[in-house]
Design a protein around this ligand. Structure first.
Ligand code: WQD
Length: 335
């Protein structure tokens, strides 16, 4: 059985679908602070199999111990964590306490129950700023621009140290670039609380008339059209990357800590995303150019050759599919 912490969240739920479709048994653990219980049933509707679900705080070691006694857990995919960049700047202790404690609690309980495979939901944000793109897994990491990014970087360091100390422990760090899109069914997707921080949900809410217009945060970057460039990857491709990472860990003698970028290897600007969405949805997106957002970098996109070579994984969905599926989810989730 595979434990997905944060399993009712955006990436977790899509990963649960891919694991179940591949024939694996999963159990989702989530405190529902940033997701909804009905996602469990939605995953059942999509796959024909409702996954086991345990409502718990991943920082609660006693609760984790009960889960590991109830199920035989072969591997953990750790999605649970706070992830709002702006909030992390305002409330750093909340972010360090939650994101690090949940990881440390998992590591302690996993050791007691001899569960030795750990896949971590990391982020390209660990590459920070002032780096030459495309980022490879060997690009310098740690010059993060906010506490959220630093929690990801610190957790990577913790897991690397633990894998060095315990040859039985196998770790994969997956550095996500910019996940967007939704499952084709429109039953699961990104559901930000309040005003979206991220570009795509803001675009889809503008298209739905929930937001008046999009603010484009700066067009004076050193990029082809002056707006920020990111590596947008379909969330289903990202989920498939976790499956590839799990298969890799199941291979012979995979101790140690292995890092992989999960992106497309292609950068797209904010204006390119707006135009791709307008074409996919057939809806004009009103926008205004405003000041840069503090902490933003000009360009961030991946060198994905390592995941392709070692995991045999490559993103396959197009930008049009990412935009169309995002819009489909926005329309369905409003129903
Ligand atoms: C993308 C581009 C903005 C909103 C962050 C985290 C990363 C991950 C994804 C959590 C940038 C521009 C955005 C808007 C805009 N988070 N933008 N108007 O900042 O690349 O990455 O979210 O897992 O770890 O760092 O994503 O979607 O916020 O921004 O112009 O209303 O869109 O300036 O160029 P980002 P984003």
């Amino acid at each position: 059985m595979i434990l997905l912490t944060g399993g009712t969240g955006y990436i977790g739920s899509h990963t649960a679908v891919e694991f179940i479709n591949e024939g694996y048994d999963v159990v989702l653990a989530d405190d529902l602070s940033n997701s909804e219980r009905r996602v469990v049933d939605r995953i059942g509707q999509i796959t024909g199999k409702v996954p086991a679900f345990e409502e718990l705080d991943v920082c609660d070691k006693a609760a984790l111990d009960r889960l590991f006694r109830k199920y035989h857990i072969d591997a953990v995919v750790h999605f649970a964590g706070y992830k709002a960049v702006g909030e992390s700047v305002a409330e750093p202790v909340k972010y360090y306490r939650n994101n690090l404690d949940s990881t440390l609690a998992l590591l302690e309980v996993m050791k007691v129950h001899n569960c030795r495979k750990f896949i971590f939901s990391s982020s390209a944000t660990v590459y920070g700023e002032n780096q030459d793109v495309p980022f490879t897994e060997d690009s310098p990491a740690g010059s993060c621009t906010n506490p959220y990014g630093r929690t990801k970087f610190f957790i990577e360091q913790i897991l690397s140290d633990c894998a060095k100390a315990d040859p039985e422990l196998s770790v994969v760090l997956l550095r996500y670039f910019n996940p967007i899109g939704a499952h084709e069914s429109g039953l699961i997707g990104e559901k930000p609380n309040g005003v979206p921080n991220n570009l795509m949900p803001y675009i889809t809410q503008t298209a739905a008339g929930i937001r008046h217009h999009l603010s484009v945060f700066g067009n004076d970057y050193d990029t082809p059209d002056g707006t920020g460039v990111r590596d947008y990857i379909h969330v289903v491709d990202l989920a498939q990357g976790h499956l590839a990472a799990y298969r890799y860990l199941c291979g012979a003698g995979k101790g140690g800590c292995h890092t992989f970028n999960l992106g497309t290897g292609k950068g797209s600007s904010v204006l390119e995303i707006i135009h791709a969405f307008e074409e996919a949805a057939g809806i004009a997106i009103p926008y205004e150019i405003t000041e840069r957002r503090p902490g933003d970098i000009a360009e961030c996109y991946a060198d994905v050759s390592k995941a392709e070579k070692i995991l045999g994984w490559k993103a396959v969905h197009s930008l049009k599919e990412m935009c169309a599926s995002s819009w489909n989810w926005q329309q369905k989730s409003a129903e």
